[in-house]
Design a protein around this ligand. Structure first.
Ligand code: PMP
Length: 454
């Protein structure tokens, strides 16, 4: 069957729909453990973990059995007012137990990360209505941030390409500069000074808008889709201190970082920070059944539950809020995450992989930076190391590197001028070696073929 022709009917997400767009598509037919196979039978190490989400590997019998058991028992029921099923309560209890040290008291469910973020934004506003300060409606977030594709998440997102065709977006969304050592507007290379710049800017922005208009600051503990940006170690604690002084909520978008990817159960926990609201998805069900969750601490739970008049009524939720199959899959996935201590494995194997990738910087003119935390890592490709000018994504070099790696049996992902890795957290040390070794060969091939770019 010619799968390339079948592309015609299907508009791929995050892809050009232009007539004549003929980039070949990798069609994945099967997965097992940390590997997938394409329709032609080629076996590839899944260095992308699906889409930062297949954290426990493919085809895990425990997860399949839990889904099948649930399917036999009850495949669907709703959870709106006065109706529920046992699994949604099981998962709510489980998540509150897991994030007890963050004082997480309540949870709402959706079908993915965009739902989790949209729910967080709406409930943050409801919190302020219930708390008697309804003028707090604005959101602060970071450039390069990615928060999904619903209108709220798009509006707070920090990359213009997601805005261009979909405006006008939500008013009252203000982006601040990202604490990015490699590229920042201050040309600052010292982590401590960079944090000072960012904190000063945060104070200025709050001063300009007035804290009484700001609902929340939203950010990813490590920025993923926007370029794999790891902030200096004390950035989050410093931000939290400023927000506390102004009463502003902190929403941690843990859609990628949640459940171990950065080497701790939550990315924010890894930074020693406690958020008021957590956005969770991806690793929560590791790709087996779509699921997202938004969690609230006691400050929010109490205010909303004791809110006056209509402010305690939650007019938000989805047909698939707490889908039984998703809850069953999640409970089985979380068993694996805890039993195999996958956050610790991500920290250990991620550190090894980063160490092996770092020499690529010295070895290739085009590799400007190599960075990562846990099992989220990236190569940042440049035309000139001195000026750190990003390679023009239009030239397709990063995509060619990813393609060369794929032909050698390793899937990685090209995002603009980055080559990104987010393998299952079950990755073994020898599989990490394979990724590093394959990327070196892929770069060698592409630099040989395009010497003017390299
Ligand atoms: N937030 C972050 C940090 C993400 O990386 C993503 C997806 N990559 C989302 C939200 C949106 O998740 P989804 O695609 O499941 O809607």
């Amino acid at each position: 069957m010619d799968y390339q022709k079948r592309q015609k009917r299907f508009w791929h997400p995050m892809s050009s729909a232009a007539a004549g767009h003929t980039a070949p598509t990798v069609v994945i037919a099967r997965g097992d453990g940390n590997y997938v196979w394409d329709v032609e039978g080629h076996r590839m190490l899944d260095g992308v973990g699906g889409l930062w989400n297949v954290n426990v590997g493919h085809n895990r019998p425990e997860v399949k059995a839990a889904i099948a058991r649930q399917m036999d028992e009850l495949s669907y029921y709703q959870t709106f007012d006065g109706v529920a099923h046992p699994r949604v309560y099981d998962l709510a209890d489980r998540l509150c137990e897991m994030f007890k040290q963050e004082d997480m008291q309540r949870v709402m469910f959706g079908s993915g990360g965009s739902d989790a973020v949209e729910t967080a934004l709406k409930m943050a506003r409801q919190y302020w209505v219930a708390a008697g300060q309804p003028s707090r409606t604005k959101f602060l977030s970071l450039r390069n941030g990615y928060h999904g594709v619903h209108v709220g998440g798009t509006s707070i997102g920090g990359n213009g390409v997601y805005h261009y065709n979909h405006g006008p977006l939500l008013p009252g969304c203000v982006q601040l500069d990202t604490p990015w050592l490699y590229r920042n507007p201050w040309g600052c290379e010292d982590p401590q000074q960079l944090v000072e710049h960012c904190i000063r800017q945060l104070e200025e922005v709050i001063g300009f808008h007035g804290a009484q208009t700001i609902a929340a600051f939203v950010a990813e503990p490590v920025q993923g889709a926007g370029g794999l940006i790891v902030p200096p170690a004390d950035y989050w604690q410093r931000v939290r201190a400023v927000l506390d002084r102004h009463g502003i909520l902190l929403i941690a978008d843990e859609v990628v970082t949640g459940f171990g990817r950065t080497g701790s159960m939550l990315g924010s926990r890894g930074w020693g920070v406690v958020a008021d609201i957590l956005c969770l998805a991806k690793g929560i069900s590791a790709g087996y059944v779509p699921l997202g969750a938004t969690m609230y601490n006691s400050r929010i739970a109490q205010a909303i539950e004791q809110g006056e008049g209509f402010s305690s009524v939650i007019m938000h939720g989805y047909t698939y809020s707490g889908h039984p199959l998703a809850c069953a899959a999640s409970l089985a996935v979380l068993d694996i995450v805890e039993a195999e201590d996958l956050p610790a494995n991500a920290a250990r194997v991620g550190r090894d992989l980063l160490e092996q990738l770092l020499p690529l910087k010295a070895g290739f003119e085009t590799v400007g930076d190599v960075r990562g935390k846990g099992l989220m890592l990236a190569l940042d490709l440049v035309t000139d190391k001195e000026s750190r000018t990003p390679l023009d994504p239009g030239k397709g070099f990063a995509a060619r590197v990813a393609d060369a790696a794929r032909r050698r049996g390793v899937l990685v992902r090209a995002i603009a001028n980055k080559v990104v890795m987010s393998p299952p957290l079950t990755l073994t040390p020898s599989e990490a070696d394979l990724i590093a070794h394959t990327l070196r060969e892929a770069l060698q091939e592409c630099c040989r073929d395009s010497p003017s770019i390299a």
